[in-house]
Design a protein around this ligand. Sequence first.
Ligand SMILES: O=C(CO)[C@@H](O)[C@H](O)[C@H](O)[C@H](O)COP(=O)(O)O
Ligand SMILES: [Zn+2]
Length: 198
Amino acid sequence: MLEQRIQKQFFDSADLKYQAAEVLARPIADAVHALVGCLTAGGKVLACGNGGSAADAQHFAAEFVGRFERERPGLAAIALTTDTSILTAVGNDYDFNSIFSKQVQALGQPGDVLLAISTSGNSPNVLAAVEAARAKDMTVIAMTGRKGGLMNERLTETDVHICVPHERTARIQEVHLLALHCLCDAVDLQLLGEQELP
Ligand SMILES: O=C(CO)[C@@H](O)[C@H](O)[C@H](O)[C@H](O)COP(=O)(O)O
Ligand SMILES: [Zn+2]
């Protein structure tokens, strides 16, 4: 019984990935172009999200700054979820909704990219970060699910929306991680050219 339940989660996740391949290839490719344009112009990526999406923001930044599958110089990315002194000071002195936007105001430059991750598209602190990025003339790459929520109203034509067509947070997060790895793979391809993988 339990094994069947576990297998169903694998099958549901795999089904969603097939479905998402159809609808997300285009926005993920658009995100690659935005990232490569930003990096080659000397810009950086700021990444944020809550809970599992905070982990995703950090996972992405680690693969940019460290490496993904190929050796290359580090790429400029900062997860806005990691400095507990900043997070507690801003959360305590202002409010929790400002923990990312205050950092975007402080660190963001025109031409930088904000990677805003929210499965619901409704987290106020992520939406506030998008507003702050807008004020800084940054491009936003939003990763959401559940039809995008309030994020839909905050994005402009120059932004990129990678919206996973599913309602469950866990399933959406599983596709977000795959999409992040697609971004790392494609950015390396654009910057380094083709190379055989083992
Ligand atoms: O990882 C999970 C659930 O799978 C949770 O930690 C989840 O990320 C948190 O509940 C977040 O606060 C959800 O926020 P969001 O994705 O709606 O922006
Ligand atoms: Zn989770």
